[in-house]
Design a protein around this ligand. Structure first.
Ligand SMILES: [Zn+2]
Ligand SMILES: [Zn+2]
Length: 159
């Protein structure tokens, strides 16, 4: 898509948008000048599609949805020595022996990687909510302070 521009001697020329900023000799009068940026043309020079907002990730929804019962859910639970074992959900609460270090320990859901990840997500969500509340309070306080200042100024100038 070409755009039109003029050299310093008013010769009407055409160029590609990517030529903007280049220094050329005018083909008509041979004057050396810099091609201006295309003005007024629809912003076609940067082909980046405008993204209005980031698509909301469905992770929160997925976390709250129950896992289909058809296939057994696998949890990853580390033994006391840190060997991560893949454990079907129905094994929870049972005493097992780590095949790596022969340590006997109880399988607890609260020790599983999945549980901790879920807890982290929930904590993050809560912290974000608390952060928003603080932000809202900060705005309310700022507005109150400004109103107070205006009131003070008005009463000072009035009396
Ligand atoms: Zn010219
Ligand atoms: Zn182990």
């Amino acid at each position: 898509m070409t755009f039109q521009f003029r050299c310093p001697n008013s010769c009407l020329l055409e160029g590609e948008p990517e030529q903007a900023g280049q220094t050329i000799n005018c083909p008509m009068c041979n004057v050396l000048f810099r091609i201006p940026e295309p003005v007024g043309a629809p912003a076609a020079q940067d082909a980046q599609p405008t993204q209005p907002a980031q698509p909301t990730q469905p992770t929160e929804q997925a976390a709250s949805q129950p896992v289909p019962e058809a296939e057994p859910r696998l949890l990853h639970i580390p033994c006391p020595n840190g060997h991560e074992l893949e454990t079907p959900e129905e094994m929870l609460g049972q005493e097992v022996m780590c095949p790596h270090c022969n340590t006997q320990f109880q399988l607890r859901e609260s020790d599983s990687v999945e549980y901790k990840r879920k807890r982290d997500i929930e904590r993050e969500r809560r912290e974000r909510k608390v952060g928003n509340a603080w932000f809202n309070w900060a705005i309310v306080c700022a507005v109150l302070v400004i109103i107070g200042l205006i009131f003070l100024i008005i009463s000072a100038s009035g009396g």
